[in-house]
Design a protein around this ligand. Structure first.
Ligand SMILES: Cc1cc2nc3c(=O)[nH]c(=O)nc-3n(C[C@H](O)[C@H](O)[C@H](O)COP(=O)(O)O)c2cc1C
Length: 640
């Protein structure tokens, strides 16, 4: 057994966990108009259970209508229980424990959605002008009853346990935190008073579900000035350790972008971010096990957390969004087959902006039930020629091979990886490098004929005579014809020979590639300036990635950003620019790097060939990020 601690059972209340991996709560918002789960949602959670997690937690279910923060919140009540029971059943039927997270927005509830003035610990008027009413004793009792009633309903509906969300700035945390709770009655002031409401909720839920039904309690440091600190966190855990069955350590706040990126650590933060906090809690509590969440991204990391005694169980969200089968693959000793999470947060920001659960690296995520219908071996076996060994081409080859086709993967250069090759040099991109290595390994594991140093021409296609041509020829850097540009180098090649770069570097172009290159170079100790024509840098980044990146920029004083400057010429002294008023500005730099964007490789010649099926994938279809290439590659192969 490669991960012995990970696959040691754990007793949680009246239940035995088959392993130590918990699928942590995550909403996925695929709801019917009545707030009940759709088949997409059933399929999504079912896949996590199939993948082998011991507990599958269904995210963020408000216990009453006053607790909604978004119209995308689900509704569990007597009119929707039937659909909710299908989710529980789909989880349980694969041997996992079905858990439901109970929550309430409190002061962050959305009046426009609920029609009620939000209830919180304090009377307040928030920055956006909305009013919050301090819950009085009667209202506090109503809130307690709402948690208890919903817990009872969850049990009746077929869930095996509940998770109470006491972290991230939601109602239970609002009462516990000295930041949000400055009441002077028996619910405010001392820790015992601030803990009173959460304890009333726990007691009422316990009464509603009985002694052997597990209750998990999620709690964590808020990391904001004046927020819940370690001492109070530990003291609170000691107050609840004989009332709940599992304490779950998280961190940060959903209520503030700067702290939300700590709850959901971006690629700019370390892995396993909460394990030292968990270890301190675990050292202080003796009556119930402690789980920890936060950027635990591989079975190695999970095993380390357990074997070092820092926690009794590991909870994962994004790693199981990227690959719900991580637990089974770990049990089978196949970590190389685990599709790695990039911590890019396309999942969460996509939910917020497109109301769709999607994953940058896993095209099945959120759409399992629909794709299961087509993901069978193909009826007719075809010869498939894939052009280009970047992420899109590799994904297309993998999916086509899995569906039983004969696949030839032709790559012009002498190695697979495409644009992701630069991750071998960029230490900031270790998560992305894992994806590149995973894709290459998966290609190698399959019966795919890889032809390197092979340019696909019309003659070549005529020779191979494929039934399908999947073109993933990628993109090339845009090079603005500035005087002296030939003395500059493209961002991705700048990594490969750092010794050739001077102590000061100007990066022309403040898109995501330019920004991340500049950050990496600045972290090598160089003085780096980003020059961007627009007012904003990295507009294409999702908001969480951007906040995470800007925090890291803030920690890097030798990284400078100059916006509103148009590059005019590259000279020996630096980059000559023009500002909005027409003035010439010199950005002095020994080395000059450009990242003006990418341009699709033209593929019209291949498109007009006499091949029965042709599909264009990734950057040469539409220049974008890795997620688009993987999505295109997978679906092109699914359509064969
Ligand atoms: C798409 C998505 C949805 C989430 N929804 C919830 C939720 O409904 N309730 C909750 O308590 N946390 C939610 N979270 C936070 C996760 O449970 C977890 O704490 C966080 O993602 C850090 O863990 P990870 O690094 O393993 O992803 C969500 C996270 C993501 C990425």
């Amino acid at each position: 057994m490669r991960y012995p601690n990970l696959f040691t059972p754990l007793q949680v209340g009246g239940l035995t966990l088959k392993n130590r991996i918990i699928s942590a709560p995550n909403m996925m918002s695929a709801l019917n108009p009545d707030g009940s789960p759709t088949e997409y949602m059933v399929g999504y959670y079912e896949e996590k259970a199939k993948g082998g997690a011991a507990i599958v937690t269904v995210g963020d279910t408000p216990v009453e209508e006053r607790g909604f923060t978004t119209p995308r919140h689900p509704i569990l009540d007597r009119t929707t229980v039937q659909k909710w029971s299908e989710v529980a059943r789909a989880i349980r039927q694969h041997g996992a424990i079905a858990s439901l997270e109970l929550n309430h927005g409190g002061r962050i509830s959305n009046e426009a959605v609920t029609g009620f003035t939000p209830l919180g610990p304090m009377d307040e008027t928030k920055a956006n002008g909305t009013r919050v009413k301090a819950a009085d004793e009667e209202e506090i009792q109503e809130l307690v009853d709402a948690f208890a009633n919903t817990a009872a309903l969850a049990k009746m509906t077929g869930y095996d346990m509940v998770l109470l969300h006491g972290a991230h700035g939601w109602l239970l945390d609002q009462f516990l935190s000295p930041k949000w709770n400055r009441r002077t009655d028996r619910f405010g002031g001392s820790l015992e008073n601030r803990a009173r409401f959460p304890l009333m909720v726990i007691d009422a839920v316990r009464k509603a579900v009985g002694p052997r039904f597990p209750i998990e309690y999620r709690v964590g440091l808020e990391l904001i000035e004046g927020g819940l600190e370690l001492e109070d966190l530990i003291a609170f855990c000691r107050l609840i350790e004989d009332k709940v069955d599992l304490i779950h350590i998280s961190a940060g706040l959903d209520t503030d972008p700067n702290f939300a990126v700590k709850t959901h650590p971006t690629m700019f933060l370390p892995h396993m971010v909460n394990i030292e906090t968990a270890a301190k809690v675990k050292a202080a509590v003796t009556k119930c096990p402690v789980a920890v969440v936060g950027s635990i991204t591989s079975p190695e990391e999970a095993e380390y957390v357990l074997s070092s005694g820092k926690a009794d169980a590991v909870a994962m969200t994004r790693s199981l969004i990227a690959d719900p089968h991580l637990p089974n693959k770990a049990r089978q000793g196949r970590p190389e087959d685990i599709r790695p999470c990039l911590r890019c947060l396309d999942c969460l920001t996509g939910l917020q902006t497109k109301t769709q659960m999607a994953c940058a690296v896993n095209p099945r995520t959120g759409h399992e039930f629909r794709l299961d219908a087509t993901e069978k071996p193909a009826a007719v076996k075809k010869t498939v020629l894939v052009v280009g060994g970047g992420p899109g081409g590799m994904q297309a080859a993998i999916t086509a091979a899995d569906r039983g086709h004969r696949v030839i993967l032709a790559e012009k250069s002498d190695a697979l990886g495409g644009l992701l090759k630069f991750t071998d040099y960029d230490t900031l991109k270790s998560d992305l490098k894992r994806l590149k290595d995973f894709l290459i390994c998966q290609v190698e594991k399959r019966d795919i004929e890889v032809r390197l140093s092979t340019e696909v021409t019309p003659e070549y296609v005529a020779e191979v005579r494929p039934d399908a041509l999947l073109i993933a020829a990628g993109s090339t850097p845009v090079v603005f014809p500035l005087p002296g540009i030939e003395t500059a180098q493209h961002a991705t090649t700048a990594y490969t020979d750092l010794s050739a770069l001077g102590q000061s570097v100007a990066v022309m172009g403040g898109g995501l590639v330019g920004c991340e290159t500049a950050l990496f170079l600045a972290e090598t100790g160089r003085d780096v300036t980003i020059i961007e024509m627009q007012k904003e840098i990295a507009p294409e980044a999702n908001w969480m990635h951007k906040v995470g990146m800007m925090q890291r920029f803030g920690d890097t004083p030798n990284l400078h950003v100059k916006t509103g400057l148009r590059c005019m010429a590259v000279t020996e002294e630096g980059v000559e620019c023009r500002d909005g008023d027409g003035n010439t500005v010199l950005i002095p730099a020994e080395s000059k790097v450009y990242a003006f964007g990418q341009r699709a490789v033209p593929v019209t010649e291949l498109l007009s060939l006499d091949v029965p099926e042709i599909r264009v994938i990734g950057d040469c279809h539409l220049v974008g990020k890795t997620n688009g290439a993987i999505f295109d590659g997978y679906h092109a192969a699914m359509d064969l």
